[in-house]
Design a protein around this ligand. Sequence first.
Ligand code: ADP
Ligand code: MG
Length: 272
Amino acid sequence: MTGETTAQDVAVRASQLTKRFGSFTAVSRLDLTIRYGEIFGLLGPNGAGKSTTIKMLITLLAPTSGTAVIAGFDVADSSMDVRRRIGYVPQMLSADGGLTGRENLTLSARLYGMPRHERSENIRHALKFMGLEAHADKLVKAYSGGMIRRLEIAQALLHHPAVLVLDEPTIGLDPVARHAVWERLKVLRRDLGLTVLITTHDMEEADELCDELVILHHGKKIVAGKPADLKAAIGPDATLDDVFTSSCGVIIQESGDFRNVNQTRRTARRLG
Ligand SMILES: Nc1ncnc2c1ncn2[C@@H]1O[C@H](COP(=O)(O)OP(=O)(O)O)[C@@H](O)[C@H]1O
Ligand SMILES: [Mg+2]
C-alpha cells in the first residue's frame, strides 16, 4: 500500500495512548495507525505493554490519557459500537473442551445475539475459513493446540468483525501448528480483506505475517515500519531480531523475556 492515508482507510488510530497503574507507566504516549486490510503487529518482549495496549483498544481497560478510535468509533464514549466491530482472541486458550467445535461456535453465536436463522450458515462459513469442517463434530478436548486456536479464531469471526485482534496467537504451538495459524490469517486477509492486529514477541512470526509493525519496549514505541524496510535499514542479511537488538540493545529470548546484549557480550569475552 502506498500514498496518503485518509481517514476512511484507517481501521485503528491511537493517539498518545497511555496507561498508568499507580505510578508505573505500562503504555506511554503511543501513536498507532492501522489501515483496513492490513496485518499489523504489536511486538515486544514480555512486559512491553502489548496486552495492555490491546485491552485499551478493545475497551476492556480505560486509558489513563490519550484516545483510540476503532472503525470510526471512540473507545471512550462508544464502547458498544467498538465491541460489535472487533473479534478478540485472548492469550489464554478459552474454548470448552467438553463441547464439540460446532457447539462452541453455537455458544458464541448466541452470546453475540446472532438470530437463530443466521447461525448455522455463519458457523459453516467460519469452520470452512479456519479449515475445521472435518473436525466440527469432534470434542474440542481431542483437538490439537493449533486446532483449538483456529476454532477460537472462528468464534471471533462469527459476527463479521472489521478488526480481528489476537493476543500472542501462536504462543505454545509447535512449528507446524504455528504455520497453519499463519496461513489461515493470511487467507482471511486475502479473501475477506480482514484487518488483523496481533501481538507477539516472536520476530519470525512478525516477519512472516505482518505488513506493518511497531516494536514496544517498556511501554514506548521504539521502532515502526514494514518488516522489509526495517531489515534493509540494518543490513543485507538482517533479521527482525537484529532490528530489535540494534534499536534497544536487548535480545528477546524464545520465552519472550529479554537479555541485555552488552552483558551477553561481556560474558562471551570473559569466557574467551
Ligand atoms: N493490572 C495491572 N496492574 C499493575 N501492573 C500491570 C497490570 N497489568 C499489566 N501490568 C504491568 O504492565 C506491564 C505491561 O504488561 P503487559 O501489557 O501485560 O505486557 P506484555 O503483554 O507486552 O507482556 C508489565 O510490567 C505488567 O506487570
Ligand atoms: Mg501480553
